[in-house]
Structures are given as C-alpha cells and as structure tokens.
Design a protein around this ligand. Structure first.
Ligand SMILES: Nc1nc2c(ncn2[C@@H]2O[C@H](COP(=O)(O)OP(=O)(O)OP(=O)(O)O)[C@@H](O)[C@H]2O)c(=O)[nH]1
Length: 351
C-alpha cells in the first residue's frame, strides 16, 4: 500500500523503456546515466543474450526497463507480454547506432513504434541517434535529417502520420545523454509547470540566478526555472553532484552503514573564482536543488534557507496531491470492477 508519508514512492516514478538493436548502446547508456560508470569502461560490457532484460532502478526518481532487440525477436512470441508492458509505459526510447548502417534499426523502430502505439497511443516515442561523438557537426545534422525523414516516411506510408517521434543526438562521452534523458523524463511529469513555477518564485525571492531540481543518482534535471539552460551551467551542476556524492561516500558513512550517503543533512556550497556561488541542498531522498547565485546574494543565506524550506514543503504537497488523486482513481476503478462482477445483478452501493 502507498504511504502518504513517502511522496516519491514508485507510483510517482515515470516508467521508461530503452530499446534498440544489439550493440546500439543501451546497456552503456544505463550504466553511465544510472550507475556512474565511466564511458570508457563500457567498452568491456558483454553483450546480453537474453531476449528481454528488465532493469528497474529503485534508487532514482526514474524507473525504467531495458529491452534488447536481437534480430530474431518477434512480437508474436507468447512468452513476451508486450501489451502489458507497453500499457504501463510513459516513454519508449529507441536507440539507433549512428556509426553503423541504420537500415535494420529503422525497420525495427517502425515495427516497435506501430505495435506500441496500437496498445498505448499515449506513449512518448523518443529516438536517440546515438554514438555521435565520432561524427563532425555537419555529419551529425545530416544523419539526423536522414533518419528523421526515413522514419517519418515509413510512418506516412503506413498511414500513421499522427505518431510523433522526437529525435536527440546523444553520446555517453559528453553530457548530451543526460540532457536528452532529462527532456524525456520532464515530458512525463505532469506537475512540471507547477515545479517550474515554484522554482521561479523561489529564485526571484532569494536573489538566485538559476536553479535546477536534480535526480541525484542519474543527474537528470527534472525541472528548472524558466530562464534558458546553458550547457556549461548544467555540466557544472553535474560535477558538483559528483563531488558531493564522492566525498560523502568516503567520509559521510559512519560504521558499517550501507546504501547511499545522500540524506537530509546533505548540502554543499562551492565558491567559484568568478564571484559565483553554487549551493546544493537535499529536497527528498531522490532529489536535490542546485542553485547558482552571486556572492553578494549569498550574504542573505538565512533568507535563502527560509525560502528553501517553503519551497521544499510546497514540493511535498504537489506530490501528495498526485498520490491522493491516484489513490482515489484506484479505489474508483476497484469499486466499478466489483460492481461489474457481483453475480445475479446485485448492486453494490458505494458509500
Ligand atoms: N563511441 C561511442 N561508443 C559507444 C557509445 N555508447 C556505447 N558505445 C559502445 O557501444 C558498444 C555496445 O554497447 P552496449 O551498451 O553493450 O550495447 P547494447 O545495446 O546494450 O548491446 P546488447 O547488450 O548486445 O544488446 C560498447 O562497446 C560501448 O562502449 C557512445 O556514445 N559512443
């Protein structure tokens, strides 16, 4: 049963499927984004031989599964309950290796997307044109245009123009994979406008220039204020989270404790040499707020902390409301179901 005290229990987590042909880079993406593996180490990842692999992340705000698609996999396999899986999925990420011939990948993409759409038209279809680190800028754009055109032509030929595909250029060797993942996750958070609004109010009342709400484990930002995101700022935030977690792992755990060293006490302040201050604070067990502000503004730290306290409470309320709605929906559907299944037409009267 869901506890109201834990507003970030699994029901709130957006569910994502990661699919694509063999060796397209799925395991690497998962290891780099969710397990802090360094990109070079992925060279030694073994190929998975299983038809379908499931991997749900419990330590993060995001929950997801990975599906490998070797050539022979088939949707008519009865052991493969794809209908059930597609039904509960928010986003389907299809990874295409841009350094390889992508004809087969495109036909797999088409098959997968059309199948998934039939089961659940609400899925967001996200295509990662992956491993672009080896390509020049011109080449990247050209590849994206070509893949975009071919994939959409295939859909148009099948009379399925209404299926929308989003494309991202990604690589595990830079921050593009984290940024793409952030955008995918943000689309799945219905409270996003509310979170943005809260961040806007928080920063304007605290003299802060930019604030991100981060999923600590994956370094995906699930929301930011409405000022534009610049890649360098985002990268600095990722580095700060790494520093905080690394130091906490070494010095933050007492005795034989296991698990993450990230908790209610977690916070960090970094003074950069350009009179900017970075301030990180724990919001929930999955989320951290990372702010950028000028040194002068940081003199009013008491005010910032008070505003942060209000911000944190508001965030908890936002997710509480969502849980309550989900709970009452569940109850309603249970009642409907039991009414339908009562024998001899006996009515069950809900209170
Ligand atoms: N250059 C480059 N190589 C990458 C990138 N991502 C993954 N790779 C490499 O691609 C190879 C295959 O990656 P995997 O993650 O094993 O691919 P997979 O899709 O999980 O493969 P299967 O387990 O066989 O389905 C590895 O050698 C990775 O190092 C990337 O962004 N750039």
């Amino acid at each position: 049963m869901l506890g109201f005290s834990d507003p970030f229990s699994s029901e709130v987590k957006p569910r994502i499927l990661l699919m694509g042909l063999r060796r397209s880079g799925k395991s690497s993406i998962q290891k780099v984004v969710f397990h802090k593996m360094s990109p070079n180490e992925t060279l030694f990842l073994e190929s998975t031989n299983k038809i379908c692999r499931e991997d749900v992340s419990n330590s993060s705000f995001v929950s997801f599964q990975i599906w490998d698609f070797p050539g022979q996999i088939d949707f008519f396999d009865p052991t493969f309950d794809y209908e059930m899986i597609f039904r509960g999925t928010g986003a389907l990420i299809f990874v295409i290796d841009s350094q390889d011939d992508y004809v087969e990948a495109l036909s797999r993409l088409h098959l997968t997307v059309t199948r998934a759409y039939k089961v659940n038209p609400d899925i967001n279809f996200e295509v990662f044109i992956h491993k672009v680190d080896g390509l020049s800028d011109d080449h990247k754009i050209e590849k994206q245009r070509d893949i975009h055109k071919r994939a959409n032509d295939d859909l148009a030929d099948a009379g399925l123009e209404r299926i929308h595909l989003s494309f991202y250029l990604t690589s595990i060797y830079d921050h593009s994979i984290f940024e793409a993942f952030s955008k995918v996750v943000q689309k799945l958070i219905p409270q996003l406008p509310t979170l943005e609004n809260l961040l806007n109010i928080f920063i304007s009342n605290s003299g802060i220039e930019k604030a991100f709400l981060f999923d600590v484990v994956s370094k995906i930002y699930i929301a930011t204020d409405s000022s534009p995101v610049d890649m360098q700022t985002y990268e600095l935030c990722c580095d700060m989270i790494d520093v905080v977690i690394d130091i906490s792992c070494i010095y933050g755990l007492t005795g034989d404790e296991v698990g993450t060293p990230y908790d209610k006490e977690s916070m960090a302040i970094i003074h950069l040499n350009n009179t900017t201050v970075m301030y990180l604070k724990e919001v929930t067990k999955f989320l951290a707020l990372v702010c950028f502000l000028r040194e002068e503004s940081f003199e009013r730290k008491g005010l910032i902390d008070y505003n942060f306290h209000c911000f944190k409470k508001a965030i908890e309320e936002v997710f509480d409301v969502r849980l309550k709605v989900q709970r009452s929906r569940k109850l309603l559907s249970q009642r409907r179901w039991s009414r339908q299944t009562v024998p001899n037409g006996t009515q069950v009267h809900p209170h």
